[in-house]
Design a protein around this ligand. Structure first.
Ligand SMILES: Nc1ncnc2c1ncn2[C@@H]1O[C@H](COP(=O)(O)OP(=O)(O)OP(=O)(O)O)[C@@H](O)[C@H]1O
Length: 267
C-alpha cells in the first residue's frame, strides 16, 4: 500500500497542499481530479518521491519513502510525469528501454516488442522520439513506465501517471485505461491524474477531488462522483447521469449559456 499521511506542501511560502491523507492499494485504480492549479501534480511529485514535504509522510509497503534509495524505489514504483524532456535524439525504442535501465534489468523475461505492441507503439520503434506527435510521445513514455513494472513480482508495486492521456485521441485514451485494468491483477496499484471526468467515471475504482490544495472528496467512485461534489470542486454545473451501456456514472457538463450564472447563485 502507498500511504500518505497529513501531506502539507509549500512552494515559495505558499501552501499548495493541506492535510492530505490517501491510501493506494494494489489492485486499485485511483484517479485524482481537480481544476488547474489544485495541487494534483504537486501531490504526484510528493507521492513519487520527486519532491519532499516539510510536514507529513509517504510510505510504500509500510516503509517511509525517505528510506528507499533510487534503485530500490524504481523496483516498487514506476512513474510517468506530465512531461519528459530528452536532451539527446533517442529513437522511440531506446526511450522505452530506459524503463529497463531504471531497474537495472539486462535480462528481462519479456520483450520490449511485447509491451510496445500493447501500447500501439511498435511501429514507431525506429522513429526519433523528438519527431513524434504529442499523443505518440505519450504512448512511448507510457510504454517506458510499463516496461519498468511489466515483469511479475511477488511484492506490491505501483504505477503513477500524471495526465497520461492529455494528448491522446479517444481510442488511445480508452486503450490506455483498459491496459491499466489488466495491470491491477498483477499486484499493482495505480494512481492517475486525469482531466477527463468521463474516463475517470468509466475506469476508476476510487477518486480524490482536489481543490486549492485541499481534498473535497475521497472515496469510492459512486460516492465521490456526485453533482454537488463536482460543482464544489470545479465551480461549474455538471450533471451525473448513468452510462446507457455500463451503468457507470456518465458526466454531462452543462453548456455555459444554460443559466450558468443562475445555477452558481442558487447552489
Ligand atoms: N515552481 C513553482 N513555483 C511557483 N508556484 C508553483 C510552482 N509549481 C507549482 N506552483 C503552483 O502550485 C499550485 C499547484 O500546482 P500544480 O502543478 O500542483 O497544480 P495542478 O493541479 O497539477 O494543475 P494543472 O491541472 O494545471 O496541471 C499552482 O498554483 C501553481 O501555480
Amino acid at each position: 500500500m502507498i500511504k500518505a499521511d497529513n501531506i502539507n506542501f509549500w512552494i515559495k511560502n505558499r501552501r499548495v497542499l493541506e492535510n492530505i491523507y490517501l491510501q493506494l492499494n494494489v489492485g486499485e485504480l485511483k484517479v485524482v481530479l481537480g481544476p488547474n492549479g489544485a495541487g494534483k501534480s504537486s501531490l504526484f511529485k510528493i507521492l513519487s518521491g520527486e519532491a519532499t514535504c516539510k510536514l507529513g509522510a509517504v510510505a510504500y509497503n509500510g516503509r517511509n519513502l525517505q528510506q528507499y534509495n533510487a534503485a530500490h524505489l524504481a523496483m516498487v514504483r514506476s512513474v510517468m510525469p506530465q512531461s519528459s524532456q530528452l536532451s539527446f535524439p533517442f529513437f522511440a525504442k531506446e526511450v522505452v528501454e530506459m524503463g529497463l535501465m531504471n531497474i537495472n534489468n539486462h535480462n528481462p523475461t519479456y520483450s520490449i516488442q511485447e509491451v510496445m505492441l500493447q501500447t500501439n507503439t511498435w511501429h514507431l520503434k525506429n522513429q526519433l522520439y523528438g519527431n513524434l506527435s504529442g499523443g505518440e510521445k505519450q504512448r512511448v513514455q507510457f510504454s517506458r513506465a510499463l516496461v519498468q513494472i511489466w515483469e511479475e513480482k511477488p511484492y506490491p508495486r505501483y504505477l503513477l501517471l500524471d495526465e497520461p492521456t492529455s494528448s491522446m485521441d479517444i481510442s488511445q485514451q480508452h486503450q490506455l485505461l483498459h491496459l491499466l485494468l489488466g495491470l491491477k491483477k498483477r499486484n499493482i496499484g495505480i494512481l492517475v491524474i486525469l482531466h477527463d471526468l468521463n474516463l475517470a467515471a468509466l475506469y476508476a475504482d476510487s477518486l480524490i477531488l482536489l481543490k486549492e490544495g485541499k481534498v473535497i472528496a475521497n472515496g469510492v467512485k459512486d460516492e465521490v462522483l456526485t453533482a454537488e461534489n463536482l460543482f464544489q470542486t470545479f465551480d461549474y454545473p455538471i450533471e451525473v447521469l448513468r452510462h446507457p451501456v455500463t451503468g457507470k456514472p456518465l458526466i454531462a457538463p452543462q453548456p455555459v449559456h444554460t443559466n450558468f450564472q443562475q445555477t452558481i447563485k442558487s447552489a
